[in-house]
Write a protein that binds this ligand. Structure first.
Ligand code: F6P
Length: 323
């Protein structure tokens, strides 16, 4: 294998650039000619392939977003779309691919491999931390810290006005981000898609605690756990208290990555190239990850066939601390 390509796909996350840098630098170190695919799978279909040199990735380790740009690509979901991408891969003599993204990007990588046996290594980068097989994804830590900064500020106004706040965080259909943020912000209630909640019980506890002198509340809600405005209305109706909604939104996806996001991005990037280097033409696609603080790699198939579980113990601990 002499020529490899790297791409970023799906929702961007802080640390994507640090990953690109690590892949490009380590690939050159191991003697590869390395190319960047712009705009994810859309760029692969469109032939947006650019050569990457050591200096192409200078000064980007601290930058949010992705210098290669990213996209969500409907066309790649079709066989015809993938055929166009395969032609581009062949025309450019690309012999190996590093895909930086989340579960949707890896599902697409699996479909590509089904159609054209090319060595592929995935690097899990998403603020959602929902990639099965790795304890952490790149970007998760930064998103937690970004959300915390906002929540700490909202807490000031919640306290002063004696209000209940529902603060919605991202995470698509999963509650990994909400759980960590809930625990770290010391929120009173965390609503997750994975754990059934009873609004009557929540309202009773709000009323009971108000009697005991607790006048403000922070409820952290995962975006996949329901409609925050509808829940706010219900709590208002049931308790009679003012309830405000604050959706943190896309701010969680941007900004300079934390030290932890940069570190795992760098280690994942190097490991991905080392794995790719040892792969044969028909080797099964792999994902790199971190388990118990050790950098690992595993079959993409494992990720596709299994679902990451929420840490119920952590959820219970968050509840104990919120009494
Ligand atoms: O997967 C990352 C993420 O930010 C999710 O948390 C969110 O639900 C989704 O992407 C938003 O997607 P889009 O960028 O397509 O609006």
């Amino acid at each position: 294998m002499e020529r490899i390509a790297v791409m970023t796909s799906g929702g961007d996350a802080p640390g994507m650039n640090a990953c690109i840098r690590a892949v490009v630098r380590s690939a050159i170190y191991y003697g590869f000619k390395v190319f960047g695919v712009r705009r994810g799978y859309a760029g692969l279909i469109g032939g947006e392939i650019i050569p990457m040199e050591l200096r192409s990735v200078s000064g980007i380790i601290n930058l949010g977003g992705t210098i290669l740009k990213t996209a969500r690509c409907e066309e790649f979901r079709t066989k015809e779309g993938r055929e166009k991408a395969i032609k581009v891969i062949k025309d450019n003599n690309i012999e190996g691919l590093v895909v930086i993204g989340g579960d949707g990007s890896f599902t697409a990588a699996g479909q590509l491999y089904e159609q054209y046996k090319i060595p592929i290594v995935g690097i899990p980068v998403t603020i959602d931390n929902d990639v099965c097989g790795t304890d952490y994804t790149v970007g998760f830590d930064t998103a937690i810290n970004t959300a915390l900064e906002a929540i700490d500020k909202i807490r000031d106004t919640a306290f002063s006005h004696e209000r209940i706040f529902i603060i919605e965080v991202m995470g698509r259909k999963r509650g990994f981000l909400a759980l960590e943020v809930g625990l770290a912000s010391g929120s009173e209630i965390v609503l997750l898609p994975e754990v059934k909640y009873d609004l009557d019980v929540i309202c009773e506890s709000i009323l009971h605690n108000r009697e005991k002198g607790k006048t403000s509340y922070i409820i952290i809600m995962a975006e996949g756990a329901g409609n925050s405005f509808a829940i706010a209305d219900q709590i208002k109706k049931c308790t009679g208290f003012e309830v405000k909604v604050s959706i943190i939104g896309y701010i969680q996806r941007g900004g300079s990555p934390t030290a932890r996001s940069r570190k795992i991005a760098s280690l994942f990037g190097i490991h991905a190239v080392q794995v790719l280097k040892d792969m044969q033409e028909s080797s099964n696609p792999k994902i790199v990850g971190i388990r118990e603080e050790k950098i690992i790699d595993y079959d993409l198939e494992y990720m596709l066939k299994n679902e990451k579980k929420i840490d119920k113990e952590l959820y219970e601990l968050a509840q104990i601390l919120a009494i």
